[in-house]
Design a protein around this ligand. Sequence first.
Ligand code: B12
Length: 215
Amino acid sequence: MGHEELFEQLKQAIIAQDEDAVLAGVDAALAAGVEPKTIIDQGLLPGLNVIGEQFECEDIFLPELMQAALAFQAAMAVLEPKIKESGNAGPKKGKIVLGTVKGDLHSIGKNILKLLFETSGFEVWDLGIDVDLFKFVDKAKEVDADIIAMSALLTTTLVGQRDVIEALKGQGTRERYKVIIGGGATTQGWADSIGADGWAGSAYEAINLATRLVS
Ligand code: B12
């Protein structure tokens, strides 16, 4: 089977919320020599995007959305160790405090970022999801972070990113850190409007952005 066909099968397996088919597709793609990062980008994420559209149009509902997310995470459990193996063991590039903002429980994008930040040589403190603004500020201070990275997927939780920047200003420590933001609900325009140091629309751009900011 060609790679394109394998990617299409994976995409359809995510759309069908079929964890067994997703795992079989991942195995087949690995056996065919496809890079784990390419499997995520070309197979799994396109499927998740369709799921998002179907949810928005009310073709599917929360249980199906959750099932698709679980199938995606099962695939990540297989791919993560393989991506880590190929990671950068050299000197650390910088320290990143990462999390999804208050009220927001989306973790998939954040977890991909964590994995790729680590494999490209950053030290990461992952605060998880639903992270209170002071947790970002306190952890950044505690570990003397270079970068604070915040994810937001909901239009209602975006403000959490602005709140962290305002809290840093309030404490007089805004200049100590580079603040970068991302996640489905964000745009470059939003990043500019809240005075963030950078925005990226994909994990790969995020790695380039972070590398640029610390060099
Ligand atoms: C999976 C999913 C879920 C899963 C999440 C599981 C999990 N553990 O993460 C579950 C089922 C729990 C869920 C719940 C909900 N969801 Co939801 N979900 C999605 C879905 C389908 C995919 C999100 C995702 O993981 N995408 C893949 C990742 C890789 O993309 P990403 O997060 O954007 O991250 C990439 C980039 O943005 C970037 N990036 C991300 N973060 C950062 C940070 C920095 C610093 C940088 C530089 C870059 C960066 O790099 C990442 C990797 O490439 C989206 C639709 C979509 N297409 O986004 C809806 C979506 C985000 N959900 C939505 C909604 C409405 C909800 C619920 C409110 C539903 C409900 N009625 O309960 C709840 C909210 C719960 C909460 N309080 O958070 C809406 C949001 C609408 C809006 N604009 O506000 C969306 C857009 C669906 C839709 N079209 O309606 N959801």
